[in-house]
Design a protein around this ligand. Structure first.
Ligand code: ATP
Length: 575
């Protein structure tokens, strides 16, 4: 779906994330590593709040769910059985010029004229080496060609007569004719450039020269194909940026490989898991036996997954290392469809409860023919990121495909005996699979706001604020003494902070003007701040003693609250 793209908003978000310590480029001081990110002090709290709440909702608050934490590296047989070794791949294409690699289905379509080249000859061959005998010329130009040249004399004649004219310039026509005639193998340099409609044609020559130069041909004289200008429409065969030809799609397995043990042999080869799900299938029997659950019941897991994505992009949205929060909910076959809709509703509620209202989630039901072949029903939940509507979570009714595959490959009984009906069968499964990093990014995008404030003097400025749901906010409450050079205020504020710390993440700050301290917490998404002032310590009489100013992030309203009530007041809002 075409959506308005607002890069400036995304750029602001990325810069805020770095500035305030949510997300940094991994290995930044060494230039980073594409597709990898580090979460800083605020980011880790946000992500932890998200994971804890997911766990709370999906595991602790339910008696039909069990948690587990599987290892990242498993027996390779797991990935053979699941089909990942064979099929977990994307078709990819390479730009012949820039060598960048793209997913074939993500290449932008283009319309224009395709310029076809069949080769190139270094210009120096003609200008700087005129005295060389043709054999040497040929050997230098095409080391492998000598044996197949049929008419050296003809080349010699052409070289001396036609190619070098009196002005010492190259007669390209003659050169090309000679080259094509004498070196049919020049075909191995086939290369095309698409010049989009409305772009100067000269681009083709520049790109062609850059391409042959990249192959070691110095100052290339281009040789065009007989039919060199072909109009094309909506082609995915060319790189949108350079116009250079892309390779044919080739499959590329997305699983990272490593070796378990000291010998780097085929038998010791292992994969870093590309999803957490498989551990839950592989441990199905153990969990069933140790918990005595009855269908329907689920297994839940949160953990890292790794995919060697061809184009990591959109900040953390598509990374090579990420976290998933996955559920495998096992059921009787006749309940599968109903439970898929049940989980859709549960998941929408969850997003609502963390501050992403259901109206902001687009439910995309995957049509027949586009689902995985074993899936009967699949919903993608998409969020409207500043870079467009993109998947947050997939909810798939996968029938009994996964357990059946593991039964087939392991020979172990992963079936279920229903005491009530005395039936034995392989349970079906509904899988709600969410990305932690994508949800954290959606939380940040949803929370990000810039508000123009105008003071009494008519001066306006922009307040950057992250309007996180208090449940998700990395810091729940900022605690400030009004002035840092008043020991009584500082001591009282420190005490307020330390009494709250056991219950929530607190940020104590005494530096700078109070207004600036509030603004810094606005940017961090802290929903509440309390300030200890002279009233608190009783300097203005007993009436307000023991109370603090409580300031709300969103409305910026302030109220007085007794220190003794503060903890309960905050807990009621952040849980
Ligand atoms: P996509 O189509 O975006 O590649 P997918 O459909 O392959 O995603 P699943 O295999 O269904 O994704 O994985 C479940 C969830 O894991 C996704 O909904 C997403 O939230 C998360 N996820 C998958 N790949 C990545 C990634 N490269 N970076 C971050 N999160 C990811």
């Amino acid at each position: 779906m075409a959506k308005e793209v607002t890069p400036t908003r995304m750029e602001k978000i990325v810069s805020l994330c770095k500035r305030r310590g949510f997300i940094f480029q991994a290995s930044e001081i060494y230039g980073g590593l594409n597709g990898f990110w580090d979460y800083g002090p605020l980011g880790v709290e946000l992500k932890k709040n998200l994971k804890d709440f997911w766990w709370q909702r999906n595991v602790r608050e339910r008696d039909d769910m069990e948690g587990m934490d599987g290892s990242i590296i498993m027996n390779r047989a797991v990935w053979k059985a699941s089909g990942h070794e064979e099929t977990f791949s994307d078709p990819m294409v390479d730009c012949l010029l820039s060598k960048e690699r793209f997913r074939a289905d993500q290449v932008e379509e283009q319309t224009g004229i395709v310029h076809r080249l069949i080769g190139a000859i270094p210009r120096i061959a003609i200008f700087d080496l005129p005295q060389l005998p043709p054999e040497a010329w040929i050997r230098w130009l095409f080391p492998t060609a000598l044996g197949s040249v049929s008419n050296v004399a003809e080349l010699s004649e052409l070289l001396h007569a036609g190619i070098r004219n009196q002005n010492q310039t190259c007669d390209e026509e003659v050169l090309l004719a000679a080259a094509e005639k004498i070196f049919p193998q020049i075909e191995r340099y086939d290369f095309s450039v698409l010049v989009p409609t409305g772009t100067p044609e000269d681009k083709a020559r520049k790109v062609g020269m850059a391409f042959y130069e990249s192959r070691g041909v110095k100052n290339p004289v281009l040789i065009e194909h007989e039919v060199s200008h072909l109009p094309v429409e909506n082609s995915r065969g060319y790189h949108a940026e350079t116009g250079a030809q892309l390779t044919e799609p080739r499959t590329f397995n997305l699983m990272f490989k490593s070796f378990a043990g000291p010998i780097e042999s085929e038998e010791n080869m292992v994969y870093l898991r590309p999803e957490t799900a498989q551990a839950m299938f592989v441990q199905f029997r153990n969990i069933l036996d140790t918990t005595r659950q009855k269908l329907p019941f689920g297994i839940a897991q949160i953990g890292k997954a790794f995919r060697n994505e061809i184009n990591p992009r959109n900040f953390t949205f598509r990374s090579r290392e990420f976290e998933q929060m996955e559920i495998e909910y096992f059921c009787r076959p006749e309940d599968g469809l109903r439970l898929t809709d049940y989980w859709l509703e549960q998941r929408l509620r969850f997003y609502d409860d963390i501050g992403i209202p259901r109206g902001k989630i687009h439910i995309h039901e995957i049509p027949d023919g586009e689902r995985a072949f074993y899936a009967v029903k699949t919903y993608d939940l998409e969020y409207d990121f500043p870079f467009g509507l993109s998947e947050l979570e997939g909810i798939a009714y996968r029938t009994n495909y996964d357990l059946s595959k593991h039964i087939e490959h392991s020979g172990k009984p992963l079936d279920y005996f229903d005491e009530a009906t005395k039936e034995r069968f392989v349970p079906h499964v509904v899988e709600p699979s969410a990305g932690t990093d994508r949800t954290a990014l959606a939380l940040i995008c949803e929370a990000f706001d810039e508000e123009t404030l105008t003071d009494e003097a008519g001066k306006s400025d922009v307040r950057t604020v992250l309007r996180f749901h208090p449940r998700m906010a990395p810091i729940k409450c900022g605690v400030f003494p009004l002035l840092k050079n008043k020991p009584d205020l500082v001591a009282a504020a420190r005490e307020v902070a330390s009494n709250l710390r056991a219950f929530m993440n607190i940020f104590y700050d005494e530096s700078g003007a109070i207004g600036r301290r509030y603004r810094r917490q606005d940017e961090a998404g802290t929903p509440f701040c309390v300030t200890v002032d002279f009233d608190t310590i009783g300097e203005n009489g007993p009436e307000k003693q023991g109370t603090v100013t409580l300031r709300h992030r969103d409305s910026m309203q302030q109220e007085r609250i007794a220190i003794s009530d503060l903890r309960e007041w905050l807990l009621a809002r952040i849980r």
